[in-house]
Design a protein around this ligand. Structure first.
Ligand SMILES: *Cc1c(COP(=O)(O)O)cnc(C)c1O
Length: 423
């Protein structure tokens, strides 16, 4: 008998209230025309039909209206990004004033760091987690140098305990307590991109604040993956991208959160441009910059409407369902993946926390021995699209909007076969 009977997965699919959402996405094909087994929504989410409809609407308005498209048509471009703030706010648990759709993730990170990382000789450190995404590392290191400090002494990297893959909250709190007095900023990934660990944002944010630190979050792997409550968790600022769990296409504009308490903080240093300027006088061509209250005050440049359109379409699905329902399926889907993988006796282990409340959709699999890459190539040959990270990590992320329980079952079957044959 198969280790992975399809009766089980088919029963789960039949009972899945979100099953029909798959039809609203384009699933990439294999050369023979069959669907790939796409488990890479943590790197690039799939194209949604709603997103493409929204894109076509912009293309049509551009053709038919030219510059008038900024002010007329169904979705005037002048407010295209700001109109998405209600949906964005629901997505991350914020007030519309606190969020903006703008620029891209690393750009937003740098813009927000200019305002929120203000080191002094007494307080210059940034606390980050191990395996921080490289782009963020580069930003932190250069921001530290930009202010005349040295990453060697100003960057504190949290490490898991020896032999462990992820961070215990108590260890993070201990480091914050120890380094806090010299720390200007605590800035972690809400979900770590490598291990898939979801951090206790509320507790860590509070611990940072108790030490007088500013606390920011990179939510690239958390937005659209888990319900967030940025306002209530008292997060100072955050940035994320929309092309992973939010399915908005390569290099889609990013998202930013700035807590309401800074909505009118005109004293914060920042870079400026016309789209961050007060909406009511933006087109009166005054010389002095007066920031629009809230996160939009950091926007600077006008909304790239063409690349924002797929986000607008995609957000309609998130609005229809709400994050709790999406998360509910996600917990089941990833839990099912975990359960199936635990039927495989050897050849790998899982780096992601087993506790569902400490992870999102992703599981990171560490292949034992030297053949990880061969295992990855083997499953790829068989239509699995997922992600490889040196030296031995395969990241799998079933996306609740378009992945089925049977996708997960087929993955487990192929992965098991790969480990037996080439692992
Ligand atoms: C995906 C990702 C990025 C990518 O940044 P871009 O500016 O969108 O290219 C940066 N940081 C993290 C943590 C990511 O997961």
């Amino acid at each position: 008998m198969s280790l992975f009977p399809s009766e089980e997965s088919q029963r789960l699919d039949a009972a899945d209230p979100l099953a029909s959402y798959r039809l609203r996405f384009s699933i990439p094909k294999m050369p023979d025309g069959t669907d790939t087994l796409y488990l890479c929504g943590n790197s690039l989410g799939l194209q949604s039909k709603d997103g493409i409809d929204a894109l076509h609407a912009v293309v049509k308005d551009w053709a038919e209206l030219g510059i008038e498209g900024y002010f007329t048509g169904d979705n005037p471009w002048v407010d295209y990004g700001t109109e998405l703030r209600e949906s964005e706010a629901r997505l991350v648990g914020a007030k519309p004033l606190e969020v903006a759709v703008m620029n891209s993730l690393t750009v937003n990170l740098n813009l927000l760091l200019l305002s929120f990382y203000r080191p002094t000789p007494e307080r210059h450190k940034i606390i980050i987690e191990d395996h921080t995404f490289p782009s963020d590392q580069y930003a932190f290191r250069e921001q530290i140098r930009f202010h005349g400090f040295d990453p060697e002494t100003s960057l504190v990297v949290l490490k898991p305990r020896p032999g462990e893959d992820w961070h215990r909250t108590e260890d993070i709190l201990e480091t914050i307590a120890k380094e806090g007095a010299e720390t200007a900023l605590v800035m972690m990934g809400g979900v770590n991109y490598y291990t898939g660990q979801f951090f206790d944002i509320a507790t860590i944010t509070k611990a940072g604040h108790d030490e007088g630190c500013t606390v920011g979050w990179d939510l690239a792997h958390a937005a659209g993956n888990l319900p967030l409550q940025l306002h209530d968790w008292n997060v100072d600022f955050a940035a994320w991208c929309h092309y992973k769990y939010l399915n908005s296409g390569p290099a889609a504009p990013g998202g930013a959160f700035v807590h309401e308490r800074f909505a009118h903080a005109t004293d914060l240093p920042r870079l400026a441009g016309w789209w961050g300027h007060n909406r009511s006088t933006r087109f009166q061509w005054v010389d002095e910059f007066e920031p629009e209250p809230g996160a939009v005050g950091w926007q600077m440049t006008n909304t790239p409407v063409l690349s924002t359109a797929p986000l607008k379409g995609s957000l309609t699905m998130f609005d229809e369902l709400g994050m709790p329902a999406i998360r509910q399926k996600s917990v089941k889907l990833t839990g099912y993946l975990w359960e199936l993988l635990s039927r495989i006796e050897s050849g790998f282990d899982i780096m992601t926390p087993s506790d569902p409340s400490q992870r999102g959709a992703q599981l990171s699999l560490r292949v034992h021995g030297d053949n990880g890459r061969v295992v990855f190539d083997y499953i790829k040959e068989r239509g699995v699209i997922c992600d490889w990270r040196n030296p031995n990590c395969i990241r799998i992320s079933p996306a609740p909007l378009y992945n089925s329980f049977d996708d997960v079952r087929r993955f487990a079957e192929i992965f098991d076969e790969a480990l037996r044959r080439v692992g």
